[in-house]
Design a protein around this ligand. Structure first.
Ligand SMILES: CC(C)(COP(=O)(O)OP(=O)(O)OC[C@H]1O[C@@H](n2cnc3c(N)ncnc32)[C@H](O)[C@@H]1OP(=O)(O)O)[C@@H](O)C(=O)NCCC(=O)NCCS
Length: 264
């Protein structure tokens, strides 16, 4: 029998215990089934919307672990997974994906920094938003970043910031509270960055991101992270200029119609 006492960290191979992604999300994965070694790990946990799988490490070794998982699940008659995320260069065969019941869904990176960003012009015009401004922020996001599910009022909200022009919110960004370093310092995961199309290309996106990074790192967080779709070149350049670095390059696979609460 496997014991999950002590949570995820003591059960992770040593090489993965300092990985920011796993540290930040270790509460979600505390009871996960852990397979692998210092080269690669695969974590499996159950959610109402289906089992969720995360692979990290050497892509060939991740592929071998996922192959074993697919054989096992097929033999056991286990249903489709809800969601699978692996390093982007992991090659998965059509028969494994079929056995797991998932198809390619997205490619995305995780970035983070533990250094406050350089000073950014316009940062002084970024203001912290209060609960009374939640609807206004949601309306801004509906135009500025319609694809995001991030909204003020989430259970893990750490803060929202915005920029106004002529009294109207033209850009916003939010931060979600996460676990962090093994020493107990927490982290933030930024989400919901959006600048209305008419206000883009004038530095507001950089100012918003810099303000959120500075607020978090100035308050003693271990790091601040975020996720971005691999093809979002504008956002990537902006984050790199602010000193963020790529920690993970991932590909996700989903069951058709997956509606679970997986977060990047
Ligand atoms: C990504 C996004 C937030 C960027 O917002 P923005 O306000 O245009 O960002 P910035 O103005 O700071 O930077 C964008 C570009 O404008 C340039 N720029 C900034 N200030 C400038 C100025 N004063 N004059 C000319 N160009 C300027 C930047 O150098 C940058 O150029 P680059 O594309 O060559 O790197 C915006 O495009 C957006 O809302 N996109 C949709 C949602 C989204 O993708 N969100 C991020 C999810 S991870």
């Amino acid at each position: 029998m496997t014991t999950t006492a002590g949570g995820l960290l003591p059960r992770l191979p040593g090489a993965f215990r300092a990985r920011r992604w796993l540290l930040a999300d270790r509460d979600r994965w505390h009871a996960a089934d852990v397979r692998g070694d210092d080269h690669a790990v695969v974590l499996v946990r159950s959610e109402e919307a289906g089992d969720v799988v995360l692979g990290a490490g050497d892509p060939d070794a991740v592929a071998a672990l996922v192959r074993d998982l697919a054989h096992e699940r097929r033999a056991a008659g286990a249903g489709a997974l809800g969601w699978l995320t692996v390093p982007r260069s992991t090659v998965l065969g059509a028969s494994e994906l079929e056995a797991l019941g998932v198809a390619p869904y997205s490619t995305w990176d995780r970035m983070s920094t533990d250094e406050p960003p350089p000073a950014v012009a316009g940062e002084e015009s970024v203001v912290r938003l209060g609960p009374a401004e939640a609807d206004e922020a949601a309306a801004c996001l509906a135009e500025a970043n319609p694809g995001t599910r991030a909204r003020p009022g989430g259970a893990d909200d750490a803060g929202w910031w915005g920029v106004r022009e002529q009294g109207r919110l033209v850009g916003v960004i939010g931060a979600a509270d996460r676990l962090g370093a093994a020493d107990g310092r927490r982290s933030w995961h930024l989400h919901g960055l959006g600048v209305r199309p008419a206000a883009r290309g004038r530095g507001l996106g950089a100012a918003l991101t810099a303000a959120a990074l500075r607020a978090g790192l100035g308050a003693g967080l271990a790091w601040v992270s975020l996720g971005l779709y691999a093809d979002n070149a504008v956002a990537r350049r902006l984050y790199l200029r602010l000193g963020m670095a790529v920690d993970e390059e991932n590909a996700s696979y989903a069951a058709p119609g997956y509606g679970g609460s997986w977060r990047r």
